[in-house]
Structure formats: structure tokens, C-alpha cells
Design a protein around this ligand. Structure first.
Ligand code: ZN
Length: 391
């Protein structure tokens, strides 16, 4: 069915269109234009969102759960609850993200997640399915992490990188691994980076104690992104800048950050945004099952997490977040001089480009999925449309 949507403005997100007309048909966008001087297509329902702003649906490429659901321990009947929760915060696509766990348990989790992704892809092909954020691919955060910068990932489950172990995970996920966080300095890492890159995985350096040259070797081997910049990284030293210096200064790579104001101080988030710029900065949440739930005890894969006053900790270290993507977007408009339009870009087009999904996701353009947010001018989500449904 063809539907026409209009509102006060629309962020593509590289362009702002006033008085937009957004036409969708069978879950896809068929036209994005300005209303000025144009008639809305005749005999087509027109949905007018008044003063609202239309933006692409948010993509979260690093998240571990929400609404009580932990993606490492989920059954396929839990994921709809998570997917529905995410849409209330504007997310239309996400990468369920693993943590270091026993390899067998990780493989079981990957098989289940691959089932969900396959099921959603089949639904999309037939343009069916409920109004929920969709899992689009899997992010392996570990097991190839630095012992020194492991954060809360259990040391006994960290593994020396080999193509063999990577392939075992890849097979369990039936090729749905789209992202891999790896410490480039550990022996064997460069070979895995090269192989994962060859399989079109977005390789992201992180949980790493790399010195500058080691981080650069990772980029030269194919890494093109960095995971939660500043967190679980060798701290910046102005004479031996290390991985953070490489991440902030190398224009070949994009990088993400947790903008909850807890993981990284607001002033440092501003420095990050200035360094990576509007084309390369990416927002993630790193949110866990406790997101959208009361304070208490939660699980993150094999890890027990305490949640109190918005802080998630395990053994005194930060263990993910309860950040939502809409809040991250609003936060960076307060932490920096970035406009809402540029902040939206860091949660839509930039992650889509970083992981190679930009033809379908993260943009409001002809041919893309009709996944979009109706928000007010302060960035609060009023409605989320998934595959043209939900208005
Ligand atoms: Zn994480």
C-alpha cells in the first residue's frame, strides 16, 4: 500500500527538507521531496505529523539487551519484547552484541541470534512482521580482547585470536557476523582482522592496550572502526598517543562512543566529536538487559551486574549502560555545539556506513527501508515507523 507522510521538516540526515513529502510503498521509500510547489500524489492516504521532524530510524551497532532481555541468553520468543522496547526509543535496527563467554555457550547464542535474523529477513522479504526493531547482524565483542583492557569480560573466556576460532563463531552465526571488536596488539590478531575484513565484517579495534604503531597495524590490516572510544583503551599519552591517538587522528576509520555522560565526561565527548567530525562519529548505547527496567541485579552474558542510579557495574568496573539511543542523541546536542540534525546522523547514516548497510538503512532516500522516527524539535521520539507500518 502506498502512503504519503508529511511533517514540518525531515533530515535525510545529510540534508534538511522543509515541508517534506515522504512516500512509502510495501515497506520501502519510493520518494522524498519538498512539498513546496508540489501536489501530494492523488488517491493516496496522507499522514500529517504537523510540527514534527522526520528522521531515519536509529541503528545501534553495539547493544547487549534491554527490557529484561539479555541477547546472549535470549530465546527467540524474547526478542520481540526487546524489539518493541527499542522502537519506543527510535531504534529500528540493531546488532545484538556478544560478550566473552565459554565458546560453546557463545556458539549456542549465535545460532539462536542467527535464527532470529533469518526469520526477520524472511518477513522483510514478504513485507510482513510486527512493528519492532530488527536484528540486522551480530557484533562479536570478544573473545579476542586484551587481558589488560578487558573491562568486565571474564578473563577465563578470553581467547588468543586464530582464524580457526573466528571461523567457528562465523559458522555458528551462519555468516551473520557483521562486526568484530578485537585488540590489534595481541598475537594472531592481524591475521584475524585480515580474514574478517575479507568476509566483509566491520573490524573495530577496542578493549586494547595498543601503542600507536600496534593500533595502526590493525588499521593497515583492515580495521575501519573503533569500539567505545576511551573506554577499555590504553589512556592517551601526548608523547606516545597509543590507540586513542590513532583513533582520533586517522581519517580512514570511524569510531563510536557511549554518550551517557558516565562512561566519558561530556567535555571529552565534545573533543571526540570534533576529532571524528560529522562524517565519522558514531553513537552506540552498549545497553544491557536492565535498560528500561528498575534498579537491581541483572545478567550480561556470564557476568552479574548491579544497576543503581543509571550506573551498571560488576566488581567495581562499568559493565555496559542503561542508555537509550534517543537520549544519546539529545545528550550530544548538549555536550557539544552539534545540531539535532548532525546528532541524528551519528545514530543513523554514520553507523550504517561504518558497517556497510547504508543502501537500505540510516537514510531517508528512494529505495531505502521505510524505517523512520517522528520526533519533536527537542529530539523526543513520538512515534517510530518500521517498514512503513506503525503510524
Ligand atoms: Zn559492550
Amino acid at each position: 500500500m502506498k502512503t504519503v507522510f508529511t511533517a514540518r521538516r525531515l533530515y535525510t540526515p545529510t540534508e534538511e527538507i522543509l515541508q517534506p513529502l515522504l512516500v512509502t510503498e510495501d515497506g520501502r521509500i519510493t520518494q522524498v521531496t519538498s512539498r513546496a510547489g508540489k501536489e501530494a500524489p492523488a488517491n493516496t492516504p496522507l499522514v500529517d505529523f504537523g510540527e514534527a521532524v522526520l528522521t531515519p530510524g536509529f541503528l545501534d551497532i553495539h547493544m547487549h539487551g534491554g527490557a529484561g532481555v539479555d541477547v546472549m541468553r535470549t530465546s527467540s520468543s524474547d526478542l520481540p519484547r526487546l524489539g518493541h522496547f527499542l522502537t519506543t526509543h527510535g531504534v529500528t535496527g540493531y546488532f545484538p552484541t556478544t560478550v566473552a563467554a565459554p565458546l560453546d555457550a557463545t556458539c549456542t547464542a549465535l545460532e539462536r541470534l542467527a535464527d532470529s535474523i533469518d526469520r526477520d529477513q524472511a518477513r522483510t522479504a514478504t513485507n510482513g512482521g510486527p512493528i519492532e526493531a530488527r536484528p540486522l547482524g551480530i557484533h562479536l565483542e570478544g573473545p579476542f580482547l586484551s587481558h589488560k583492557r578487558r573491562g568486565v569480560h571474564p578473563p577465563e573466556f578470553l581467547v588468543t585470536p586464530t582464524v580457526e576460532v573466528f571461523d567457528r563463531l562465523w559458522q555458528a552465526a551462519r555468516g551473520h557476523v557483521r562486526m568484530l571488536t578485537i585488540a590489534p596488539e595481541i598475537p594472531g590478531a592481524l591475521e584475524v582482522i585480515a580474514e574478517a575484513t575479507r568476509r566483509k565484517v566491520c573490524v573495530s579495534i577496542g578493549h586494547s592496550d595498543a601503542e600507536t604503531a600496534e593500533a595502526r597495524n590493525g588499521v593497515n590490516a583492515g580495521a575501519r572502526h573503533a569500539t567505545h572510544t576511551f573506554n577499555a583503551m590504553r589512556p592517551l599519552d601526548h608523547r606516545e598517543p597509543g590507540i586513542i591517538g590513532e583513533v582520533l587522528s586517522d581519517d580512514r576509520i570511524t569510531a563510536d562512543i557511549i554518550a551517557d555522560g558516565i562512561h566519558v565526561a561530556p567535555g571529552v565527548v565534545k573533543v571526540f566529536l570534533q576529532a571524528k567530525g560529522i562524517e565519522r562519529a558514531v553513537l552506540i548505547t552498549d545497553c544491557i538487559s536492565a535498560t528500561g527496567m528498575p534498579d537491581g541485579h541483572y545478567r550480561l552474558g556470564p557476568i552479574d551486574v548491579d544497576v543503581k542510579d543509571g550506573r551498571c557495574t560488576a566488581g567495581g568496573s562499568l559493565a555496559g549502560s542503561v542508555l537509550t539511543m534517543d537520549r544519546a542523541v539529545r545528550n550530544i546536542t548538549q555536550f557539544s555545539h552539534w545540531s539535532l540534525k548532525d546528532a541524528v546522523r551519528a545514530a543513523t547514516l554514520n553507523p550504517a556506513r561504518a558497517v556497510g548497510l547504508a543502501s537500505d538503512h540510516g537514510v531517508l532516500a528512494e529505495g531505502a527501508n521505510a524505517d523512520f522516527i517522528v520526533m519533536n524539535s527537542s529530539g523526543e521520539v513520538m512515534k517510530t515507523i518500521v517498514r512503513g507500518q506503525g503510524f
